[in-house]
Write a protein that binds this ligand. Structure first.
Ligand code: LLP
Length: 468
């Protein structure tokens, strides 16, 4: 049983709900903290029953800390909500681009979800993690022939994005498969939504998917092929979306195209409505809960089917951020401090844009706490700076914190999605380690990159070797 103190002192944030075995846990995407977060009697932050400061002592800094309970809760909320609200068959697949590694794949596979992969590397990771082929869906707007061959040989479903891919795949399927290769067609639905322009994908001017004016020709082509079998349609409108309406509009567009595809005799019975549900990074973020989102999407598909007279399709949704985003925090160690009189104060940490490129890429805003000073008053507004040689390397522009000292553990919240997966070695800084925590136990799931790791794939041509 997990129990948490809702009124964590002096953090200034809406805090952690009480979780008992009798209650349904809150929707992880609506929380700032992982669901198991609590403050212990030493005023130290614990997640998954593990004290953050001790984790940093043991595994080093910076450190990604993944809360297994929160991740599993998000998986079960998606799964159970579809079972409750959708009258037909459904499958939730994890958009593994949010965080692809073996342990994450194992946890999510054990929850019965499928996987969206977008590269040979993500496909390989899921296969190595033991995910079965019928649960893997391979996306991408420029898959190589080698990636398509890997996908065909693995036996997963391929989400076809464009004409070149369709023609290449038809040939590969003819050469490499005795059975028709299952595919789905990705289309650009022409739906606008409010999110950062870099993470919008549903509008017509997008690099992803077939333009609507190509679709009838595509359906006609597919109806002539025996090496591939089109089982359904897919679209995804963007990421970190709080509105329900665009997802409901998408359902109508997809059901409409499903009907047209069926008129070409295609065996299309699956609709994939993409992902995109946002999470709460700051107090002012107010996303719908997982179950509210699932309910809205399910009802929209059901209504559109009723109106067109179509039987309910098998429904797939592919969330990434809302499954894993709120399940992880990044623990850094506080270092140098620069006070600019009458202006502001920089507090630097031992990571930054190489472990979390989202602030510099999308101007994303995060919240942080000081794990070893959870009961101290929040007396300062500071800028949390990274350690990279770039002025824009700021983790949090305005963080309200207690007075910090070098060595304190600064914990940035909600870093599960698109942090590790977009991490780099800028400035030849090794990527952090990651641990998974659960009921007081911590296990290493990704090793910290060493200096040796940073040079191990460098090669020196003989003429550049320094001979003493
Ligand atoms: N399906 C497709 C086809 C996608 O392209 C994506 C995300 C998803 C599903 C999952 O979307 P989600 O549920 O996570 O919103 N790096 C950016 C996010 C890029 C999203 C790319 N596609 C960020 O850090 O905000």
């Amino acid at each position: 049983m997990l129990s948490t103190d809702r009124s964590l002192p002096n953090t200034g944030h809406r805090y952690i709900p009480q979780i008992t075995s009798l209650e349904v846990p809150p929707s992880p995407n609506q929380e700032l903290m992982p669901l198991t977060a609590q403050v212990n009697s030493n005023n130290q932050l614990e997640i998954g029953g593990c004290e953050l400061q001790l984790l940093v002592q043991q595994y080093g800094s910076p450190l990604y800390v993944l809360d297994e309970f929160t991740l599993r809760t998000a998986c079960s909320q998606y799964r159970d909500s579809f079972a409750t609200y959708y009258g037909g068959e459904s499958l939730v697949i994890y958009a593994s681009k949010a965080w692809s590694c073996m342990a994450v794949c194992r946890i999510i596979d054990s929850e019965g979800l499928g996987f969206d992969v977008v590269s040979g590397g993500e496909l390989y990771t899921t296969l190595e993690a033991g995910v079965s082929k019928d649960k893997i869906y391979f996306h991408g707007n420029n898959k190589s022939a080698a990636e398509l061959e890997l996908a065909v040989e693995a036996g997963c479903t391929i989400m076809v994005d464009n004409w070149l891919e369709l023609k290449t795949l038809t040939q590969i399927a003819t050469d490499h498969s005795d059975i028709p290769v299952p595919i789905m067609i990705r289309l650009t639905p022409g739906i606008e939504c409010h999110t950062h322009e870099y993470i919008r994908t549903g509008h017509l001017d997008s690099k992803f998917g077939f333009d609507p004016n190509q679709l009838e020709e595509v359906f006609a082509y597919l109806s002539q092929q025996s090496s591939i079998s089109c089982i359904g349609l897919h679209a995804h409108i963007g990421s970190q979306i709080f509105e329900r309406q665009p997802h409901q509009d998408l359902a109508v567009v997809l059901v409409d195209w499903l009907q047209k595809a069926q008129s070409y005799g295609l065996p299309v019975t699956t609709l994939n409505v993409g992902g995109g549900l946002g999470i709460r990074y700051t107090e002012s973020d107010d996303p719908p809960s997982i179950s509210e989102w699932v309910k809205a999407v399910s009802q929209a598909v059901e209504k559109a089917c009723q109106e067109t007279g179509l039987p309910l399709p098998r429904l797939i949704a592919e969330p990434g951020r809302s499954l894993i985003g709120s399940a992880c925090v990044t623990a850094y160690t506080v270092g140098s401090r620069k006070e600019i009189p009458n202006f502001h104060t920089y507090v630097a940490v031992d990571g930054g844009m190489s472990d979390n490129p989202r602030p510099i890429t999308y101007q994303s805003v995060y919240r942080a706490v000081i794990a070893n000073r959870m009961s101290e008053p929040l007396t300062e507004e500071v800028t949390v700076a990274g350690k990279h040689c770039e002025s824009g390397d700021v983790v949090i522009k305005k963080a309200t914190l207690p007075k910090t000292e070098p060595g304190d553990i600064l914990v940035v919240l909600d870093t599960g999605a698109y942090n590790y997966s977009m991490a780099s070695n800028y400035n030849r800084i090794g990527r952090p380690a990651a641990v998974v925590v659960y009921e007081g136990e911590a296990n290493l799931i990704i090793e910290r990159e060493t200096y040796h790791n940073l040079i191990e794939r460098d090669r020196l041509p003989e003429r550049l070797v320094k001979h003493e």
